[in-house]
Design a binder for this molecule. Structure first.
Ligand code: NAD
Length: 400
């Protein structure tokens, strides 16, 4: 696979490292508006004994030259959020598979453009939602597909990750990084894809069911100001700025067949990391935060939890046969990129398709509209009815 990487900051450089460990991948071009970052990514390839990739650097549109000139099979897009869609659209129009970092777009309109361009060009479009590929989530998916939870009725998930002290802002100086701008301008679920990624397969979204509406509500915004007061003093400019973004956003989504899902955005308060995944059906419940499970037919004690780990081992997904724990995100990034690369090399469908990418992505803008209106908002059917006949597809594991 001849691959390119656009946006070689933290995440993009990580992807370069992971791609270098996957057999059959040649990184032939890298691009970043910051020439030092692009050169650094190129040097990683050279250090790994590969041919140096062509380096593209310049203004925010320099990626166009790379996509138009280089004969690429796929491109990884790990730039700021505002350029994901335009880069992916150009890639597809040039016959290049885009692997887009999260979220794939910022508006529903742009999300539709991704869907329609993928359909028109026949080029699959995958958002790189790595938590869909986690070992625990895939084991739960295997169990769900074996019918062990019965009919799925309700799920919960969260992105509970204090990112004020490092990602939205620089950790030592408190200077703002590019994502901080979004906290000033918007009040919405800014980052729903990590939490909802595994859930859409647990709930058969786009494969027999669809989200019909989303109703979101936001708490007050106190965490950002409090952080700056605490860490940098009352007079720090960010201690008194008026951030639009509420600290906790709670979204309630309903599906056509009557399932419900609650998603929490929770990235501004001091707390340990958690995704709080919960999968609940007519025969049992899996609670990721408790690392526990209860199955009505087989759990030894009536209405008492049992440990999850033995189930994760027993229903381990076929993608998780090797010990990958030393790799980034515990091997999840490798599993995801390896599957993406395999699909590109086979010129086949990507593990996450454009419809699943669209559903996860659209929550960003839709949650904001719902908060603003204080009312439920209809969820678009990006499949245009195909959900009624499409069969479950992501991570099918016939080994069990
Ligand atoms: N899946 C995950 O676990 C995970 C983790 C972190 C970040 N991310 C996602 O990765 C993306 C990048 O985040 P990051 O933390 O690496 O940010 P970053 O600031 O470290 O890197 C972004 C890079 O993109 C470059 N860039 C911006 N616009 C560009 C353009 N038009 N053309 C070329 N280069 C451009 C910047 O110069 C920068 O080097 C975001 O979408 C973020 O949400 C995902």
């Amino acid at each position: 696979m001849r691959g390119g990487v656009i946006g070689t900051g933290n995440r993009g450089t990580g992807h370069v490292g992971t791609l270098l460990t996957i057999a059959g991948v040649e990184i032939t071009a890298v691009c970043d508006v910051d020439g030092t970052k692009a050169a650094n990514a190129a040097s990683l390839c050279e250090k790994a004994g590969r041919k140096p990739p062509k380096v593209y650097s310049g203004d925010a549109t320099v990626y166009r030259e790379m996509l138009d000139r280089e004969k690429l099979d796929a491109v990884i897009i790990a730039t700021y959020w505002d350029s994901h869609t335009s880069i992916a659209l150009r890639a597809m129009k040039n016959g290049i598979y885009p692997g887009i970092e999260v979220p794939a777009a910022l508006t529903v309109e742009d999300t539709w453009k991704l869907v329609e361009t993928s359909e028109a060009t026949g080029i699959p479009c995958m958002m790189l939602e790595n938590w869909s590929f986690r070992q625990d989530n895939l084991a739960a998916l295997n169990m769900k597909r074996l019918g062990m939870f019965g009919d799925i009725v309700h799920c919960h998930c969260a992105h509970s990750h204090d990112c004020i002290d490092h990602w939205f802002f620089e950790n030592k100086t408190g200077d703002k990084r590019w994502p901080a701008e979004y906290l000033l301008k918007y009040n919405r679920d800014q980052y729903p894809t990590h939490s909802v990624g595994p859930i859409i397969s647990w709930m058969d979204i786009n494969r027999g069911d669809i989200f019909t509406e989303i109703y979101s509500s936001a708490s007050a915004s106190k965490g950002i100001n409090a952080y700056f007061k605490r860490e940098f003093g009352e007079n720090h400019p960010n201690a008194n700025l008026n951030y639009k973004q509420g600290d906790i956003v709670t979204s309630l989504l309903k599906t056509k067949s009557g399932k419900t899902l609650v998603i929490n955005y929770d990235m501004q308060l001091p707390r340990p990391y958690s995704n709080r995944w919960l999968l609940e059906g007519t025969l049992g419940v899996y609670d990721e935060e408790k690392s526990s499970i209860y199955l009505r037919k087989s759990s030894p004690k009536y209405h008492e939890w049992e440990p999850w780990k033995p189930y994760e081992e027993k229903y381990n997904h076929k993608w998780w046969q090797a010990d990958l724990s030393s790799q980034s995100h515990g091997g999840t990034d490798y599993v995801m990129l390896n599957q993406f690369v395999s699909s590109v090399r086979a010129k086949g469908p990507t593990p996450i398709d454009v419809y699943d990418s669209a559903v996860m992505t659209a929550i960003v803008e839709l949650s904001g509209i719902s908060i603003e209106k204080n009312a439920p908002v209809a969820f678009p059917d990006f499949t245009k009815g195909k959900w009624q006949t499409s069969k479950p597809y992501f991570a099918m594991d016939k080994s069990l």
